[in-house]
Write a protein that binds this ligand. Structure first.
Ligand code: SF4
Length: 428
């Protein structure tokens, strides 16, 4: 029926949304490609708006794709960036179908309809300020990735002062647990071995429908064929005792948590409106290790050069990184995002200072990751192979093991750790 290009920008939640759209198009007989070429009849771009750079990249790809499609091809965009643009801007960029952070469910049918009929611009974005309905995007089996990201939550009401997402994603909304359980079961029946729960603010899952993430994990633990379960990024202030206990009791839970610290300085954290202190964060990591596992991999995000960050405050961030015993750390220099409270703060940090602090935090992050991963050398690990002998261990460290086939869970011995990767020997 034809080739459709799909590109996903942004977080794992976007990836889930992209999987749904790709799956629906394939189920309708189209071939989906991630390679842009002149044979495509239509294109879908799932956009991101987390930084101004993300906006720029989305706009750039939209222009490139429009050019490749020529006058006849259909261009649909959805996601956070397209939520914030005007219909006039969309028309000017040659967009035919404009969805936003919601309205994605209608994207595949809108593309199919437009391919077979009259073409005129449509805007299918609901008003996210009032929308509180869960938009169900069921996935039959992951089309683009061997592991399956299952979206369980959307929206955020925390309003960290640097973050634009609550303005673009709307109010928190949770997926009904029955739909999640059914989808997990269906994915497992179709051969998926690892499920990753994702959401914009995952930790508040269920609050508006009278349940919780802990309760969901307990229910999912009952699916006996489930081999591996992971959580996407979790705000530290959501990791309470009940959730830790549920994770500790869940056999399928892979011992890795991504807890974004952002800063270790209490004043900066308050100004970011994060809701914890550096000391509380370190204590939380200790409690999580004692409840779940001493080998628990805690990865994190650090935002360097937030307005008002002094050199002493930055040093406190480095101290908290060390004291938390992080594994993988992602370091981002702060960049002002128009429309957020932090962008209007007067005490912005010069770029040169941000650059040097960023490199310092990156090198500490590399050392911490290497220290953490070093404990596995000589030990047996379990790897889920994804492609060409590469995959991830249960603790979410990339691993390479020659001579093993894709989408298998294998045991291997770690012989080396280099550049963020394990080199392993097959033990099967
Ligand atoms: S919790 Fe904070 S960082 Fe996460 S989406 Fe909400 S506002 Fe943004």
């Amino acid at each position: 029926m034809g080739l459709i290009y799909i590109h996903v920008f942004g977080c794992r939640t976007s990836l889930c949304e992209g999987e749904f759209i790709a799956g629906e198009l394939e189920a309708s007989g189209f071939e989906v490609t991630e390679t842009l070429n002149s044979d495509i009849r239509a294109a879908v771009i799932v956009t991101c708006s987390v930084t101004q750079e993300a906006d720029r990249k989305c706009r750039q790809l939209v222009r490139r794709v429009r050019k490749t499609l020529g006058d006849d091809g259909i261009l649909a965009v959805c996601g956070c960036w397209s939520q914030g643009i005007t219909p006039e801007a969309a028309c000017e960029l040659g967009i035919d179908i404009l969805a936003g952070s919601k309205g994605k469910r209608s994207v595949p049918s809108a593309v199919i309809q437009m391919l077979s009929g009259k073409r005129s611009f449509i805007d299918i974005r609901p008003d996210i300020r009032v929308e509180t309905e869960w938009e169900e995007l069921p996935m039959i089996s992951p089309v683009m990735h061997s592991r399956a990201f299952v979206k369980i939550q959307d929206g955020c009401n925390h309003f960290c002062t640097y973050c634009i997402i609550p303005y673009l994603r709307g109010k928190p909304v949770s997926r009904p647990p029955e739909n999640i359980i059914n989808e997990v079961q269906r994915l497992i029946d179709n051969g998926t071995k690892e499920i990753i729960f994702t959401g914009i603010h995952l930790g508040i899952y269920g609050r508006e429908i009278g349940t919780s993430l802990a309760e969901l994990i307990r229910r999912v633990s009952g699916i006996k064929e489930l081999k591996r379960l992971r959580l996407g990024s979790l705000e530290p202030f959501c990791l309470d005792e009940n959730l830790m206990n549920a994770l500790a009791e869940c056999e399928a839970f892979c011992h890795h948590l991504h807890l974004p610290l952002q800063s270790g300085d209490d004043e900066v954290l308050a100004s970011m409106r994060r809701g914890y202190t550096g000391r509380k964060f370190v204590e939380l990591c200790g409690t999580a290790r004692s409840r779940i596992s001493a080998d628990l991999h805690i990865s994190s995000d650090i935002l360097v050069g937030f307005p008002g960050e002094s050199s002493a405050a930055f040093q406190r961030t480095l101290d908290v990184m060390e004291a938390s015993g992080f594994g993988r750390v992602h370091v981002f220099p702060y960049s002002a995002r128009n429309g957020t409270i932090a962008a209007a703060m007067s005490n912005q940090i010069p770029d040169a200072v941000k650059t040097s602090r960023t490199s310092e935090a990156i090198s500490l992050g590399r050392k911490l990751f290497s220290d953490y991963a070093g404990r596995f050398i000589g030990r047996e690990v379990e790897i889920l192979t994804e492609r060409n002998g590469r995959g991830h261990t249960r603790h979410y460290i990339e691993a390479e093991c020659e001579g093993i086939s894709d989408n298998e869970i294998v045991k291997a011995e770690v012989i080396n750790f280099d550049d963020g990767n394990f080199e392993c020997l097959d033990r099967n």
